[in-house]
Ligand binder design. Sequence first.
Ligand SMILES: NC(=O)c1ccc[n+]([C@@H]2O[C@H](COP(=O)([O-])OP(=O)(O)OC[C@H]3O[C@@H](n4cnc5c(N)ncnc54)[C@H](O)[C@@H]3O)[C@@H](O)[C@H]2O)c1
Length: 315
Amino acid sequence: MELKGRNVLVTGAAGFIGSHLADRLLAEGARVTGIDNLSEGSLENLKKSLQETNFKFHKGDIRDREFLHTIVDKIDIIFHLAAFTSVRRSISNPLECNEINVTGTLNLLELARKYDVNKFIYSSSAAVYGNTPQLPIDEDVQPKPLSPYGISKLTAEQYVLIYNELYDIETTALRYFNVYGPRQKLSEYSGVITIFLERLKNHQDLVIYGDGNQTRDFIYITDVVNANLKATKTKSQGNIFNIATGDRISIRELAEIIVKQSGKSNTKIIHDPPKLGDIIHSYANIEKSRQKLDFSAQISINEGLRKVIQWYMKN
Ligand SMILES: NC(=O)c1ccc[n+]([C@@H]2O[C@H](COP(=O)([O-])OP(=O)(O)OC[C@H]3O[C@@H](n4cnc5c(N)ncnc54)[C@H](O)[C@@H]3O)[C@@H](O)[C@H]2O)c1
């Protein structure tokens, strides 16, 4: 679907991924409505988008159905990213996680149904897989989430897909692996790259839990945005796709590249005991997204790290 002149809704627009997606959609000529309750996101992330006449922002909550109906007029595509994103906090607060991630998604699907939205693109997560022994992980692996967060993303995915079957809305679920890039917020739940960069900036050692041989599939933010755009253009409906590079890197190697690229060669890499329940290896089989979504990541880990280190040191 051509994006120029289209009305699109981005939920979670003030967040890490949502704000990059909003910037890109505006650059493609779309008319973008962004919503976010600003619980985690920030208007600072939308500094660029907010200057555009094609951008409208509404502060509000996806649990609030009345609010959602006031902001929608004519919408062609919904990109649904707003979520309760903390795995650990979902363990202490499963109800809130479920209300936001499951009921909130259902509220948006109902909105899509009522207003004849053509496409609904859902940001899901590799957390649905849990600690699967099958590597690389393909989309047909039996999901076995390890947290209320993972369960909520999986349940929401099921709703997203059933809306394709029952109501003929073109829905797609994108399972992101570990996303990194500028604007990712530092918190106790941040991804390891953001945590390493923050420590580096503060002249602290980089701490690895365990031996550092655990591996992950890190994907740069612009590739994740590209995957969302591909989902509007290809026949992706009713499908789930892994959004990842298909490559893996160990945490030890990652720490070494970060130290080397930042030029802070006196930073030490130290080891703490492994974290209980930590997933050992995770990387994606990307054949399905390559074939059906026509998507493959373009940014290598070295290039992505270079970009994010540069941004981090400036901001
Ligand atoms: N970052 C990753 O590595 C990663 C990996 C897998 C999946 N995802 C998924 O991608 C999506 C975006 O994640 P992100 O990394 O940009 O996180 P983020 O926390 O930066 O963005 C989420 C945004 O949603 C907003 N939000 C939360 N609850 C809301 C509510 N009830 N109503 C309205 N807005 C609300 C937050 O304020 C925030 O701005 C999420 O759905 C997440 O599950 C992210």
